[in-house]
Design a protein around this ligand. Structure first.
Ligand code: ADP
Ligand code: ADP
Length: 208
């Protein structure tokens, strides 16, 4: 299975991707996680990505397509889930071209639908385990009580100003992709509001 998880920041892509990766044995390819790892390691890609990410802007397409392609190839071109890629029409066109060239162009897009007010609430309460990448929400999916607080990261792009910027970027550059995927008959829309497990069941229902 080749799966693209699509949706605004905070829609629950990372949360659902972890469940789906385990259930269907898929490699979880998150471009955001790849950039955060590159920043931690101090690589040239990390250095280039950091200023864009902190400002809530998109990293340039050429950089993103490079790391996404590497991830897909490392996953064996099959059995992967893309989380947070593609995010622009040129990225989607690049992906179509890349997969076609590798005889692997059959993929499905699951779009998680969540309203803006809920997104702001989800992102401002998101916390991440710096060491494992585990995602929490202070209210809906709280971190274990014995987890040391210094391990919990409040992402710099989950601060109010960067959240506003990311939502504006989503509307301008990413939302138009829905029509692109619909036009290619790849789009499955799923209501992203409800309990985490409930949404997981909805996604499985459209995939099976
Ligand atoms: P979110 O939780 O908002 O979906 P991610 O962890 O997926 O965030 O991405 C964090 C940041 O990494 C984005 O705001 C952007 O700066 C950068 N990034 C990740 N994926 C892409 C992409 N496909 N295109 C451009 N920038 C990206
Ligand atoms: P994305 O990868 O799309 O940016 P995340 O999976 O990181 O989204 O989720 C954003 C925040 O919302 C996290 O704090 C997460 O714990 C929380 N969250 C995810 N799914 C749900 C849900 N169904 N109900 C409530 N909170 C959720």
């Amino acid at each position: 299975m080749r799966l693209v998880l699509f949706g605004p920041p905070g829609a629950g892509k990372g949360t659902q991707a972890k469940y789906l990766a385990t259930h269907y044995t898929l490699a979880h390819l998150s471009t955001g996680d790849m950039f955060r790892a590159a920043i931690k390691e101090g690589t040239p890609v990390g250095k280039e990505a950091k200023s864009y990410m902190d400002a809530g802007k998109l990293v340039p397409d050429s950089v993103v397509c490079g790391i996404a392609g590497e991830g897909i190839e490392n996953a064996g071109l099959n059995q992967f889930i893309l989380d947070g890629f593609p995010r622009t029409i040129p990225q989607a066109e690049w992906l179509d071209d890349f997969l076609t060239r590798h005889n692997a162009d059959d993929y499905v897009v699951v779009s998680l639908k969540v309203d803006v007010e809920l997104i702001v609430e989800r992102l401002s309460n998101r916390r991440m385990n710096k060491e494992t990448g585990e995602i929490y929400h202070l209210v809906y999916n709280p971190p274990p009580a014995d987890l040391p607080t210094q391990v919990l990261l409040h992402r710099s792009d989950d601060q109010p100003e960067a959240i506003r910027e990311r939502l504006a970027v989503y509307e301008a550059d990413t939302a138009p992709l829905e029509a692109y995927f619909r036009g290619k008959n790849r789009l499955k829309e799923v209501d992203g509001v409800g309990e985490i497990e409930e949404i997981f069941e909805r996604i499985k229902a459209v995939l099976d």
